[in-house]
Structures are given as C-alpha cells and as structure tokens.
Design a protein around this ligand. Structure first.
Ligand code: PMP
Length: 309
C-alpha cells in the first residue's frame, strides 16, 4: 500500500504517497493512543460523493476528545482534506482513512509535549467481506476474546488501541476457517463484529445490541435505523445473547467497510428458515438494497448525506 503514485494529505499539505512517512519514535506507535475513521465515497449520478462526511468527521473529533488529543485543524479543514484526497487521486469510489496520532518529540507514557498530527489517505476498496459474502452471507464465529469493557480504553472512541482486540478476534476466526468474528461483552452479551455492528431479525423485528455492550456507535448502524423506519420495520436496541443469534431468522453486519453484509452461519449453526438457509434473508436483502440506493445517490430523501467532492 505504501509504494504507489498519488497524494496523501498530511498535516495540512498534500504530499507524495511514497513520502507520507513518520518517525519510529512516534508516541502512538509505542503506546497506541490515536484515533481514526473509515469513510467511503461512492460514484453517484451527480459525481463522486462522500457518505455522511459530517458524521464521520465529528466522530473523529469526538474520538480525539475522549483520548484527550487536540486536533490542530478545524472540522471544516478536515472535511476539505477528505474531499481533496478523493479529487487529487481521481477516485470515483473509494475508502478514506483519516488518522490522528501523537508525534515523536518525546517518549514516556504521558503524551504532554508532543505534537498532534493528522493525515487522510484514500484508495479503491471493494466489498470488505467479499462479493460472494454480500450475496450469500458470511460465516461467523463467536470469539474467545471479550470485547472491551466500557471503562477500559473507551468504546465510543474509534481508538487505534481498540483494534488489537479486533485483530486477535479476526485472526482467530479466519484461521479457524470463518469469515469474521463476533465478540461478546464482559458480561457475555453480544457486542459487535471485529469491525462491524451486528443486527438480528426475528419475527419481522430488527434488533441490535445497545451501546452499553461496548459496540462502536456505527454510522452505518444509524443509517440502518433510518432505513428500518422507512421500511416500516420496528427496531429495538437491547441486550442480545449469542443463542438469540442462533435462532434468529436473519442476521447481518454493518460498517463503512463491510456496508451491509448478511450472516449465514454462526458457530456452524445455519441461520434462518429452510427457504433461504445458506443465503441472505429477505428482510436483509431489502435493507441492503435500500442502503445501496442511499449511498449511490438514488434516494433523494438522503441527498444531504452525500458530499460531492
Ligand atoms: N464496530 C467496529 C469495531 C468498527 O471498527 C466499525 C467500523 N468503523 C463499526 C463498528 C461500524 O462503524 P461504521 O458504520 O461507522 O463504519
């Protein structure tokens, strides 16, 4: 990923992709305090547009606030930086990665005295869990790793350090032949995927874990809330047990990278009814298709969620 043409926005300037480097003594590299975002831009009839740019940028600032880091740019500057990298790299649709980190002026656990940095990169990235997964659903394993308790590294921050937990869970699941991990919270209730929020559907009602289970307040999760309302589907945020997922009619993951990815199996238990076992369920399909209409600019009700670059 580092050896290619293009531009990366770094601390206020567009620099050559290959030159976007940091020092090995950067504080974040040693102690893991940093925050990032995952954002997508889609090709719409009006042109390339970033989906929910304001919400992603606000979450980045909130993550930094939680981690006591002061981003030395305004929200508007960071929004403009994101548009600039899409334009400069001539991307029609892409994934964007803003990241804020602590500099290399000094080491020691206290970050005081270090500069705060920010970068934004963008590149083409297709379906995170595979095209086939989008159609057929993916196979998921309950992780042996517990999701962060809400009072450890803070679960409403999209903090760099939270992803060690995600990496361990994802590696365990994929090495065991599954596509992704589902993590339980410290009390044993369903929290989320390694990089996705989780939804289940039972008797026509859509359920998702409430945020006290340590799940990230996903922007796609919020988009699904709007879609459910539009489709007349009741949505309930509540504690969910892993066996409620086994007996769900349907389940799916959501995330900026994962978009809406159906789940067809958890721990070798096939989800759903006989008429669609081994595939995505009918309500998931409707939600998925409503999602792609919105992000691709085909639903005028949500035009305000699209920022043309
Ligand atoms: N949970 C985790 C742990 C994630 O990494 C992500 C991806 N950012 C999500 C949930 C989904 O959040 P969003 O829909 O805002 O991308």
């Amino acid at each position: 990923l580092d050896d290619r043409d293009g531009k990366i926005w770094m601390d206020g300037q567009l620099v050559d992709w290959r030159d976007a480097k940091i020092h090995v003594l950067s504080h974040t590299l040693h102690y893991g305090c940093g925050a990032f975002e995952g954002v997508r831009a889609y090709k719409t009839a009006q042109g390339t547009a970033i989906f929910r740019l304001r919400e992603h940028t606000e979450r980045l600032f909130n993550s930094a606030k939680i981690l006591r880091m002061k981003i030395p740019f305004t929200l508007e500057q960071v929004e403009e930086a994101q548009k600039a990298v899409v334009r400069e790299n001539q991307l029609e649709s892409c994934y964007l990665r803003p990241l804020t980190w602590i500099g290399s002026e000094k080491l020691g656990v206290s970050p005081k005295g270090n500069k705060i940095h920010l970068m934004v990169a963008a590149w083409a990235w297709g379906a995170y869990l595979g095209e086939e997964g989008m159609r057929r659903g993916i196979r998921v394993k309950t992780s042996s790793y517990t999701r962060h308790h809400v009072n450890i590294t803070m679960t409403q921050a999209k903090a760099v350090s939270n992803y060690t937990n995600s990496i361990l869970a994802n590696m365990e699941a994929t090495e065991d032949g599954y596509d992704e991990a589902m993590l339980l919270d410290a009390s044993g209730f369903v929290s989320e995927g390694a990089g996705e929020n989780l939804f289940v559907i039972k008797n026509g009602i859509v359920y998702t874990p409430d945020l006290s289970a340590g799940a990230l307040n996903g922007i796609t999760r919020n988009t699904i809330f709007h879609i459910c309302q539009d489709l007349g589907l009741k949505l309930v945020e509540k504690r969910i047990t892993r066996d409620e997922v086994y007996i769900a009619d349907e389940a799916f993951f959501t995330g900026t990278a994962a978009e809406v990815t159906p789940i067809r199996e958890l721990d070798r238990v096939e989800l759903g009814r006989d008429d669609y076992v081994g595939s995505r369920g009918p309500i998931t399909e409707k939600i998925q298709s409503a999602f792609f209409d919105i992000v691709n600019g085909r639903n005028p009700k949500y035009a305000h969620w699209l920022s043309l670059v």
